[in-house]
Design a binder for this molecule. Structure first.
Ligand code: PLP
Length: 396
């Protein structure tokens, strides 16, 4: 009854952890979640007020499929100001979240059998969105010693005449690593030589630390700009995950195809949310710097705390709000009826024993690691960390 396409994708194992965490919370356990993928801050008032104003003004009807002109222009200004890229209106489309932008890009670019290069660890939706479009995910492993950054040589090994797209995500969810200009130039070179497209997921561009500036691969030169679809959105930057706005920029032909796909599926993204996003992009930006100061404190705390534990090694993430420590030294260890064989087992053990929820590395295609989100208060981080430490110490 269910299509072959739908059967190809499965719910993420994260759901099992989340379901179990919910079950335990319902039973009255005080579960601390390190599994969240969104800022724990409220959407700023100026953005909420712009939405209220839109409702009161009756801005509640269909808009242009690809988004209102003011928002497209604000997105173009953003690209110019932040990334030094010039896009025309015909090169920008607004969608219902960056995830939707990524899905649309996959729909516009992929034919059955096309291969999509996905560096691991990856954000969970890339392989499944590829499968949903009858294309083939080709995983390209990265190493912790390279800060989980993709080496051009690793791409060359996987390159075939079916390679259509490389998905990049920087700063990365789950590792927080990001590329400097030189690495992006080398990746761009390989892409142009290999003739494939790049889908560049830059949703964490503004969440970087230590004064690091984000560089978009599309800004390297005109040639790579034409072969790149940049995806971004306000969800993470302005704590707007529930508003469902994202955008994509790239070659007008691709954007046109995305617009057609959107016109036959979702139509325009929510009119009210578009006005809210317009305010996010053009209004005061002080919320962002305040949120960053807070994330930075938590990042420094959790990473140095993790590194005090024998058997854990954690890189200092350069962006986003996740730490991705190596935990494989616990594999083979036991406690009572538990044997820890992989990151999923460790996540289940920590949920059961320490009442902390975190996401196993295997969910991101990288065994031996776990993801800890620090989009939660410093107080909870500290409490969660001491529980983590106590539970790990029990493993023998
Ligand atoms: C959260 C996230 C997205 C999706 O964001 P939305 O705009 O809320 O759809 C896309 N890519 C990565 C890497 C993310 O972490």
């Amino acid at each position: 009854m269910i299509s072959q396409r739908a059967q190809k994708i499965k719910p993420s194992p994260t759901l099992m952890i989340n379901d179990k965490a919910k079950e335990m919370t319902a039973k009255g356990f005080d579960v601390i979640s390190f599994a969240v993928g969104e800022p724990d801050f409220d959407t700023p008032d100026n953005i909420k007020n712009a939405a209220k104003k839109a409702i009161d003004a009756g801005f509640t009807k269909y808009t242009a499929v690809a988004g209102i002109v003011e928002l497209k222009d604000a997105v173009r200004d953003k690209f110019k100001k932040d990334n030094n890229i010039d896009y025309k209106r015909s090169e920008v489309v607004i969608s219902c979240g960056a995830k939707h932008s990524l899905y649309n890009a996959a729909q516009a670019l992929l034919s059955p059998g096309d291969e999509v290069l996905i560096p691991t660890p990856y954000w969970v939706s890339y392989p499944d969105q590829t499968l949903l479009n009858d294309a083939v995910p080709v995983l390209v492993d990265t190493l912790e010693e390279d800060r989980f950054l993709l080496k051009p040589e690793a791409i060359e090994e996987k390159l075939t005449n079916k390679t259509k797209v490389l998905i990049l995500n920087y700063p990365s969810n789950p590792t927080g690593s990001t590329y400097d200009k030189k690495s992006l130039e080398r990746l761009a070179e390989v892409a142009l030589k290999g003739g494939f497209y790049i889908v560049s997921d830059e949703v964490y561009e503004k969440l970087t630390y230590d004064g690091l500036t984000h560089i978009s691969i599309a800004s390297i030169d005109e040639e790579i700009k034409k072969k790149t679809v940049v995806v971004n959105g306000p969800s993470k930057t302005y704590a707007m995950t529930g508003w469902r706005i994202g955008y994509a920029a790239g070659d007008a032909k691709i954007i046109d195809a995305i617009t057609n796909i959107q016109s036959q599926s979702t139509s325009n993204p929510t009119s009210i949310s578009q006005k809210a996003c317009l305010e996010a992009l053009t209004g005061p930006q002080d919320f962002l710097s305040q949120m960053l100061v807070e994330f930075d404190k938590r990042r420094n705390y959790i990473v140095s705390a993790l590194n005090t534990i024998d058997g854990i090694k954690c890189l200092l993430p350069e962006g986003a709000f996740y730490a991705f420590p190596k935990i494989s030294s616990y594999f083979g260890k036991k406690w009572d009826h538990w044997t820890i064989n992989n990151s999923f087992d460790l996540a289940m053990y920590l949920l059961e024993d320490a009442h902390i929820a975190l996401v196993p590395g295997s969910d991101f295609g990288k065994e031996g690691f776990i993801r800890i989100s620090y989009a939660t208060s410093l107080e909870k981080l500290k409490e969660g960390f001491s529980r983590l430490k106590a539970s790990l110490a029990k493993l023998v």
